[in-house]
Ligand binder design. Structure first.
Ligand code: ADP
Ligand code: MG
Length: 319
């Protein structure tokens, strides 16, 4: 280990997040040791964010720390899991104390909120990127899957999709806005809120679930493919925030709501028989029914195939 690395880890990555009583050995040994839970299964996810690809390189370090954990929490939320432990892989161009202080504070605050403890990781020098491997629990057999949607099921979405895409478009100068609306959309891009409580509440109710990272229509396509079904969306039912409606300008707000990524809302399906139970959930976010699962493959919007900018989502390897 090069000189300084030990100090750096001690200063920024020891005792970050919750102090969980199932952590036997955390940061500082060769590996972490944690205790399992009878009757539960482990749920594991890993996501990397790269400067210039997943976030603007000059994004506030605190927001980078928030983001790398939030995207992983969102994956566990989509499985209906309770998050527990995180490992952090951090690659930095230089040991910038100010940046590290901000990054670890952003990570720490979010980890506390969701009872996650940082139990280990690795720190290397190179172009800025951060990876988290996140583990959690789900009662045995109860993980929510992408597969499981059945013809006739309602399609639901949490929150107001497209806001984060609106915020990114503002940062990139593709859309213009000032005041409250600008602040709201920027916040929705910069501080994604993982829907962990909702995912947990959907265990035993939802037939399939996915988090919206690439775009609503595109992620619905993945859920449908896994479930071997199709979907009919009703554009008038897709919730669009007032902020997004106000700034959308030449791009229809609805195109952003269906096509833009980075929302980290949950998209799920459930039979009509549990509508009232879903409406009654206190998930901390509004839930809306936006369409119906069909036995006919493909995702249709108001009966037609969506335009290219809506249907494709984000693919790192597409040309
Ligand atoms: P080794 O060379 O044995 O892998 P490291 O120097 O990589 O040792 O790590 C020493 C300890 O610090 C380990 O417990 C490791 O999990 C932890 N650690 C290293 N980097 C990080 C990080 N970015 N976040 C959290 N823990 C870290
Ligand atoms: Mg190591």
């Amino acid at each position: 280990m090069p000189p300084g690395e030990f100090e750096l880890i001690n200063r920024h990555f020891v005792r970050r997040g919750a102090a969980r009583d199932d952590v036997r050995i955390g940061v500082g040994d060769d590996a972490a040791v944690v205790a399992g839970r009878a009757g539960s299964e482990f749920v594991l996810a890993l996501d990397t964010i790269v400067a210039g690809v997943h976030f603007p390189p000059d994004l506030d370090a605190r927001l980078v720390g928030h983001r790398v954990l939030a995207v992983n929490l969102s994956d566990l939320a989509a499985m209906g899991a309770d998050p527990a432990w995180a490992l952090l892989g951090l690659t930095l161009p230089a040991a910038d104390e100010r940046w590290l202080t901000g990054f670890s504070a952003g990570l720490d605050a979010l980890a506390h909120r969701f009872d996650v403890e940082l139990v280990g990781g690795d720190t290397t020098r190179g172009p800025l990127s951060a990876t988290i491997a996140l583990a959690g629990f789900v009662p045995a057999g109860q993980a929510l899957r992408r597969r499981g949607a059945r013809p006739g099921d309602d399609i639901w979405v949490s929150g107001t999709p497209g806001d984060a895409g609106g915020g990114l478009a503002l940062l990139q100068g593709r859309l213009q806005a000032a005041g409250e609306e600008r602040a709201e959309l920027l916040r929705r891009f910069q501080v994604p809120e993982p829907r962990v409580g909702l995912g947990r509440a959907l265990r035993g109710l939802a037939t399939a679930c996915i988090d919206v990272s690439d775009g609503l229509a595109s992620d619905l396509g993945k859920l449908c493919a896994a479930s071997e079904v199709g979907a009919d969306l009703n554009s008038r039912l897709v919730p669009v925030s007032n902020a997004l409606r106000a700034v959308a300008g030449s791009v229809p707000a609805f195109t952003l709501a269906l096509g833009a990524g980075d929302d980290y809302e949950l998209l799920f399906t459930a039979p009509a028989t549990v509508r009232a139970r879903i409406d009654a959930l206190k998930a901390g976010v509004a839930l809306r029914r936006i369409g119906t699962i069909s036995s006919v493959a493909g995702v249709r919007v108001d009966g037609a195939l969506p335009e290219r900018e809506i249907g494709h989502g984000f693919d790192h390897f597409a040309d």
